[in-house]
Write a protein that binds this ligand. Structure first.
Ligand SMILES: Cc1cc2nc3c(=O)[nH]c(=O)nc-3n(C[C@H](O)[C@H](O)[C@H](O)COP(=O)(O)O)c2cc1C
Length: 183
């Protein structure tokens, strides 16, 4: 099973990217993770460009996501909304038939508000994605900044991420993980 992650932040030391990397490291071997880092290269969405031959960056991006059995998203909140570059990436997927019914897990690194999370849910529902609710978790970060290693070292976060992965695996394969407690 191939899982593609999409980070809503372009920042090199992004907390959301660290969450996605930590998540992938905890995953069982049958879930192969690929981190999509192409949203910053996408042109500004313009329906005039979205014809039979979209810009090459868009074709690459859509092709990447088309191969995914599920997507895992984690995005920061900017001014109570979604970051522009992330919203732009979602706009390019609106007319993509490959996105309809795509299983999506939302990992939300909670900083105290859920405006962006609520907005993301609304956008994904409108795009007919399938949000995997039991696998979508709120991760209590408050104001602290953690890197990948520090996230993995925090027992409460590790447990939430493992629980999410178990729901994702169960959704995709229909089987339970007998070895989860060993990781
Ligand atoms: C331009 C800008 C706007 C922000 N607006 C909000 C906001 O409305 N609500 C919030 O909780 N955090 C806000 N933040 C804080 C970010 O969400 C927070 O720093 C987050 O960790 C950034 O994600 P990243 O570490 O993955 O880049 C804002 C940060 C920036 C740079």
């Amino acid at each position: 099973m191939q899982i593609v992650t999409l980070c809503g932040s372009l920042r090199a030391r992004s907390l959301n990217r660290a969450v996605l990397r930590a998540y992938a490291r905890l995953a069982p071997p049958e879930l192969a993770f690929v981190h999509c880092e192409q949203i910053g290269a996408l042109p500004h969405f313009n329906p005039d460009l979205d014809g039979e031959t979209p810009p090459p960056e868009v074709s690459v991006f859509r092709g990447f996501l088309a191969k995914a059995d599920a997507l895992v998203l984690s995005t920061p909140e900017y001014a109570h909304g979604l970051p522009g570059s992330f919203n732009n990436a979602l706009d390019w997927l609106v007319s993509d038939p490959g996105f309809v019914g795509k299983p999506v897990v939302i990992l939300h690194a909670e900083r105290g508000s859920t405006w962006a999370l609520d907005s993301l849910r609304e956008v994904l529902k409108t795009m007919s994605a399938k949000i995997l609710e039991p696998a979508s978790v709120l991760l209590p970060f408050g104001t602290i900044q953690l890197d990948e290693e520090a996230i993995l070292a925090r027992e409460d976060l590790r447990r939430l991420l493992l629980g999410s992965l178990e729901h994702l695996r169960h959704h995709l394969t229909g089987s339970a993980d007998e070895h989860q407690q060993l990781r």
